[in-house]
Design a protein around this ligand. Structure first.
Ligand code: NAD
Ligand code: LMR
Length: 339
């Protein structure tokens, strides 16, 4: 028998002097890996989102403390904590959006693929829980290597008979956030004004910023293109090296994940015209998954936009990235088949 979740609310709940009639209308969101470097700041940003009425925090450690702390913030979302694998299913019941940053991060000298052996199994187990307890939820995968963990999730859902490609998304928003920031620096303008489509996947050369399609329309010198492409592709490694063994991007990732979650929830509510880049099941190339600009809607991914016109440099980048991305996708797909 698993112990009950840690509830938001102080002694007034137990003393029966709480006048709450239940949670306000809004979305129910679960965060799996909530005690980690990404999980904690992301939990805070989600708790501040007025579209969320219930926030479930699940991790294998430390959620009681994170939940108690967060529950004292005066925003309306109700927060509940769940700890240990016995409480995974309870954390997922009734959830409409599940965000997964659970797993180990890189240390200097590692590639994202070096995380596969540990994170593949974690993502598989968590997605088995999703398939069982909230099969209609939208799922955002953050755990690396995203190029393989998204195919793993897809296979788990296929096996369970719950797969809907519209509802499964690999989170590549950090690549876009970085690209917007670095391009704005070069152009000398406010990053809020900049939109850079980033396509492909989420590792090294599979991250391909399409600088020829930047908004506002801008031209770059050859040196600027090389500098920007290299910096965007290696943004994660830049942070891993600066943190010198203490992990990878957490604050910028929490910001990016909160932004993507907010866009997804606005679209679920019925708001029109919400476009984001994400790594999804796709037919824009011969690969089964690919990151491009997608239109989000009431059911998740409503439309996948084509790549649009690419210049020679981008076309070359596309050819190179497909080989590496295909291998990572195949590795993820094969992992679940092996079980
Ligand atoms: P972290 O080690 O600080 O936190 C990970 C959390 O996951 C920990 O609290 C840990 O207890 C928890 N966890 C481990 N196994 C679990 C399980 N079976 N169920 C639930 N929770 C479990 O790491 P972090 O810095 O938060 O990074 C997490 C992941 O996100 C890493 O794989 C990292 O590479 C990835 N990441 C992805 C992006 C992206 O752009 N998609 C960006 C940054 C980091
Ligand atoms: C990132 O892009 O920051 C993440 O994928 C983490 C990493 O390992 O680089």
């Amino acid at each position: 028998q698993s112990s009950p979740p840690i509830q938001q609310g102080g002694p007034c709940l137990e003393m029966d002097i709480c006048r709450a009639k239940g949670s306000s209308p809004g979305f129910k969101v679960a965060l799996l890996g909530a005690s980690g470097g990404i999980g904690q700041p992301l939990a805070l940003l989600l708790k501040m989102n007025p579209l969320i009425s219930v926030l479930h925090l699940y991790d294998v450690v430390n959620t009681p403390g994170v939940t108690a702390d967060l529950s004292h913030t005066d925003t309306s979302a109700v927060v509940r904590g769940f700890v240990g694998k016995d409480q995974l299913e309870a954390s997922l019941q009734g959830m409409e959006l599940v965000i997964i940053p659970a797993g180990v991060p890189r240390k200097p000298g590692m590639t994202r693929d070096d995380l596969f052996n540990i994170n593949a199994g974690i993502v598989r187990t968590l997605c088995e829980g999703v398939a069982k307890c909230c099969p209609n939820a939208i799922v955002h995968i953050i755990s690396n290597p995203v190029n393989s963990t998204v195919p793993i999730a897809a296979e788990v859902f296929k096996k369970a008979g719950t797969y809907d490609p519209k509802r499964l998304m690999g989170v590549t928003t950090l690549d876009v956030v970085r690209a917007n920031t670095f391009v704005a620096e070069v152009l000398g303008i406010d990053p809020k004004l900049v939109k850079v489509p980033v396509i492909g996947g989420h590792a090294g050369i599979t991250i391909l910023p399409i600088l020829s399609q930047v908004t506002p329309s801008s031209s770059f010198t050859k040196d600027e293109v090389l500098y920007l492409t290299n910096r965007i592709q290696n943004g994660g490694t830049e942070v891993v090296e600066a943190k010198a063994g203490a992990g990878s991007a957490t604050l910028s990732m929490a910001y990016a994940a909160a932004k993507f979650a907010d866009a997804t929830l606005h679209a679920l509510k019925g708001e029109a015209g919400i476009i984001e880049c994400a790594f999804v099941a796709s037919q824009v190339t011969e690969l089964p998954f690919f990151a491009t600009r997608v239109l989000l809607g009431r059911n998740g991914v409503d439309e996948i936009f084509p790549l649009g016109p690419l210049n020679d440099f981008e076309r070359e980048g596309l050819v190179k990235l497909k080989e590496e991305l295909k291998a990572s996708i195949d590795k993820g797909t094969a992992f679940t088949a092996k079980k």
